[in-house]
Design a protein around this ligand. Structure first.
Ligand SMILES: [Mg+2]
Ligand SMILES: [Zn+2]
Length: 187
């Protein structure tokens, strides 16, 4: 039986939230560069008792731009840099498909978030989903999660385009999300 504390989970998109995004895809560990303060923000969430899971669309695999071993190397770098600032990412879920595959895991479909909710035995209604693209928020809203837009990555464009799920909160970056979210939690 899980305790209440280990049901505390935050679900993050990766590109544009944790690391700098690129329209040309992040294809190698060298191209994976953390955004300022993002890993420290994860450490802060961990210190408040939150586990952190990543849910990321990686259609570059389905397009043949890189393979899963390159993705694993990127994530090894992410975990290594996270550990260096006392942060821990508990799980990384990725969708390797393209939109033509019509899978259930590619956001905005909620399949990947559903797998995370099942794995971590969390209540989506208590679980924030943080992303920089509308599809991140749509996937979260479809599962009943609380949705948070960050303005890093594609976030400014996403905000300008409008149509955010009802109740979406907006933060400058992941550091601002962590501060806002944790201060509301203790209020
Ligand atoms: Mg993104
Ligand atoms: Zn998929």
């Amino acid at each position: 039986m899980p305790t209440s504390s280990n049901r505390k989970l935050v679900i993050l998109d990766r590109d544009g939230v944790i690391n700098a995004d690129s329209d040309a895809f992040i294809k190698s560990p060298d191209e994976w560069v953390a955004l300022p303060g993002s890993l420290e923000a994860i450490a802060r969430l961990n210190q408040a008792g939150y586990r952190v899971a990543v849910a990321t669309n990686q259609s570059g695999i389905g397009r043949g731009l890189f393979d899963t071993s390159a993705l694993n190397e990127m994530h090894a770098k992410m975990h290594r840099q996270a550990a260096a600032v006392g942060a821990r990412i508990d799980a990384v879920f990725f969708c390797p498909h393209t939109s033509q595959d019509h899978c259930d895991c590619r956001k905005p479909r909620p399949g990947m978030l559903k797998m995370i909710a099942d794995r971590f035995e969390i209540d989506p209604a208590d679980t924030p989903v943080v992303g920089d693209s509308l599809r991140d928020l749509e996937a979260g809203a479809a599962l009943g999660c609380r949705t948070h837009l960050v303005l890093t990555g594609k976030g400014q464009k996403t905000l300008a385009a409008g149509g955010l799920p009802e109740g979406t909160q907006i933060h400058d970056d992941l550091r601002a999300f962590a501060l806002d979210f944790l201060s509301n939690e203790t209020a």
